[in-house]
Design a protein around this ligand. Structure first.
Ligand code: SF4
Ligand code: SF4
Length: 404
């Protein structure tokens, strides 16, 4: 067994240049813009962490790390998506800058994570395009689609006036909207499925290869729904701007996620009402679809506004600067979708209804089209990683006592 002293000596060498050990690591990412430098940096840092292990109780990454002595590309992709970017390990680290080891696990993981969204995306060129221009692309798409719909509405009945009499299906008929959104929805499900299938195929062999069991699935579901690893490992929360712990990100994440799910449930239930029960949309309070949509919309607005506020004041050492357009693009589209949805409801009896409807539909369409390429994918890859972690940790450690 390697002594701590030997591991520390090796860590020093890793910090200053390639070592024999690092040279053995097959981290070469074919087609990657930087040839896999982001993955190699995570591998370098984790070899040092493996000699230190101070952060073992913080999250799932460190126990998973201790089952490995070397970190190949698939290991790094798995661990990067297991990391929730809580920042705790940077603030606790005695080897962070200005120490020569320059350890910054949250940022190194964030870099790789952003790369995985683009590299596993289907089709890949769209993933890379969104990675570089997320915010601009999202807003341009939403406004472009809204403009297209506004022109169509203006040519029919005009954009401002008592058109529809409060019923927006008189402006864009229900069947027309279904024929626009259904193909996009099918494409999104297919593209996300292809992305996560590629990811799963890569990480399964390096996470024991064992099949998913019911207890592992239950554990991963529980951890994902509770956002367990945003509690910092001690329950007090993440580090955001500084050394202080806060549960704000976990709460805003919950508002965003459950708000999104309520809006999705409202739309699904509306479809059942419309087609199966013969109750023609739109619905108003106190109907269940409207209730779910209104509560979900308010939660989504509050959650995304909070996440944007936290993202802007986040300690720059936690994040990869190049990931900001992707983060902000997704947050902005979610906010725009929920805010225009609520405004659409409040302007139903006014002359602003046609214009508001075009804005809302443009935002929803842009959100759906970009779902497989941006921050939404992080939820899917993270759940897949939590699941592989729950499977792996039920298997004996491949490196025996060293792993424990
Ligand atoms: S992040 Fe720093 S303190 Fe934590 S395990 Fe790695 S080297 Fe040790
Ligand atoms: S940033 Fe948080 S979740 Fe990520 S490795 Fe560090 S402690 Fe774990």
């Amino acid at each position: 067994m390697q002594s701590l002293e030997a591991l520390t000596r090796e860590a020093s060498a890793l910090a200053t240049g390639p070592s024999t050990s690092l040279a053995k690591i097959p981290v070469v990412v074919v087609g990657a813009p930087d040839g896999g430098a982001a993955e190699r940096e995570v591998a370098r840092q984790l070899q040092i962490c493996n000699g230190c292990r101070y952060c073992e109780g913080f999250c799932a990454v460190f126990p998973a790390m201790t089952r490995r002595l070397e970190f190949g590309t698939a290991d790094v992709h798995f661990l990067a998506n297991l990391c929730h970017n809580c920042g705790a390990c940077l603030h606790a680290c005695q080897y962070a800058s200005p120490h020569e080891f320059a350890i910054d696990v949250p940022r190194a993981m964030a870099r790789v994570r952003a790369r995985t969204y683009a590299e596993y995306a289907w089709p890949r060129p769209l993933g890379r395009l969104y990675e570089r221009n997320g915010l601009v692309l999202s807003m341009a798409l939403a406004l472009g689609l809204a403009l297209f719909l506004a022109l169509a509405a203006a040519m029919q009945q005009g954009l401002w006036g008592p058109h529809g009499g409060g019923n927006f299906y008189r402006i864009f008929p229900h069947n027309l909207l279904v024929s626009m959104f259904a193909p996009v929805f099918v494409f999104v499900v297919f593209a996300l499925g292809m992305g996560v299938a590629r990811f799963w195929r890569d990480v399964t062999p390096v996470t024991s290869g064992a099949p998913v069991s019911a207890p592992a699935a239950a554990e991963a579901t529980h951890d994902a729904l509770r956002l367990r690893y945003l509690d910092g490992g001690h329950g007090a929360g993440c580090n955001e701007a500084d050394d202080r712990f806060t549960l704000a990100r976990r709460r805003f994440h919950h508002l965003t996620f459950y708000g999104f799910m309520l809006c999705f449930a409202a739309t699904s239930l509306g479809t059942v009402y419309h087609y199966a029960l013969g109750q023609v949309a739109p619905y108003d309070l106190p109907s269940l679809p409207k209730l779910l949509g209104a509560v979900g919309g308010l939660m989504l607005c509050a959650g995304t506004a909070g996440l944007a506020w936290l993202r802007l004041r986040r300690n720059p050492a936690h994040v990869a600067a190049e990931q900001k357009p992707m983060d902000m693009g997704f947050i902005a589209l979610l906010f725009l979708t929920s805010a225009t949805g609520l405004l659409l409801w409040w302007t139903r009896g006014t002359h602003a209804l046609p214009l508001m409807l075009c804005l809302h539909l443009g935002a929803v369409m842009a959100l759906f089209v970009t779902l497989p390429y941006g921050k939404f994918a992080h939820g899917v890859f993270r759940v897949a990683s939590l699941l592989r972690h729950a499977v792996e940790r039920r298997q004996p450690s491949p490196i025996g006592a060293l792993g424990d």
